[in-house]
Design a protein around this ligand. Structure first.
Ligand code: IDP
Ligand code: MG
Length: 193
């Protein structure tokens, strides 16, 4: 099945889209506790608890973006929370290196941690782009992530591969170690084949 690379950019991580932490705690305390527990456990596995704590907070913030893809019927095949090196950001956006905004774009992507993900499903590249919305947030339809949560093109919250081919390239770049192999038990209820 088709796969796409989705990245929540540093502003998306920082802004806590849709679910500010206090609201999440009052409205969805179970989910908040679960996220915190996952973050704490990851802290135990990681070299420092602080990384786990940051991961916990970030999961609270990015949960709604992940939910949009999950609820649609796509499968999360890989996810990591990380800081990006400058040279890596330049490689990811190599196709745009001639653009006047390239240097700024690279600085933006390395300005804080990002959440890198691979999602799988039928037509996930095109549909993922529709869920994300147009590059320029003022052109993005209401209901899309950028349409609802971004103002500036240089602060547009999220990245999604623009073709199957580029998706493959980006997945290989961001997840050289491969992806999780799994299939949801709900698969026959979402997909015909
Ligand atoms: P996309 O993210 O919707 O695929 P691209 O054209 O591939 O859009 O551009 C990559 C990223 O570069 C955009 O998401 C946006 O953050 C940034 N960008 C695009 N155009 C501009 C611009 O005119 N000024 C500043 N940043 C831009
Ligand atoms: Mg692009």
């Amino acid at each position: 099945m088709e796969q796409t690379f989705i990245m929540i950019k540093p502003d998306g991580v920082q802004r806590g889209l849709v679910s500010p932490i206090p609201r999440l705690y009052t409205e969805q305390p179970l989910r908040a506790c679960l996220n915190l527990a996952i973050g704490f456990c990851s802290g135990l596995l990681e070299p420092s608890l602080i990384i786990g704590f940051v991961f916990a907070i970030s999961l609270l913030q990015i949960g709604d973006i992940i939910s949009r893809f999950e609820k649609k019927g796509y499968y999360l095949k890989a996810m990591k929370f990380m800081n990006v090196e400058k040279s890596f950001a330049q490689q990811h956006y190599a196709d745009l290196s001639a653009q006047p905004f390239f240097a700024k774009l690279v600085d933006y992507i390395i300005s804080g941690p990002v959440v890198a993900m691979v999602w799988e499903g039928k037509d996930v590249v095109l549909t993922g782009r529709r869920i994300i919305g147009a590059t320029r947030p003022w052109e993005a339809a209401p209901g899309t992530i950028r349409g609802d949560h971004a103002v500036e093109v240089s602060r547009n919250v999220i990245h999604g591969s623009d073709s199957v081919e580029n998706g493959k390239k980006e997945i290989a770049l961001w997840f050289p170690g491969g992806l999780a192999e799994w299939k949801s038990n709900l698969h026959p209820w979402i997909y015909e084949n």
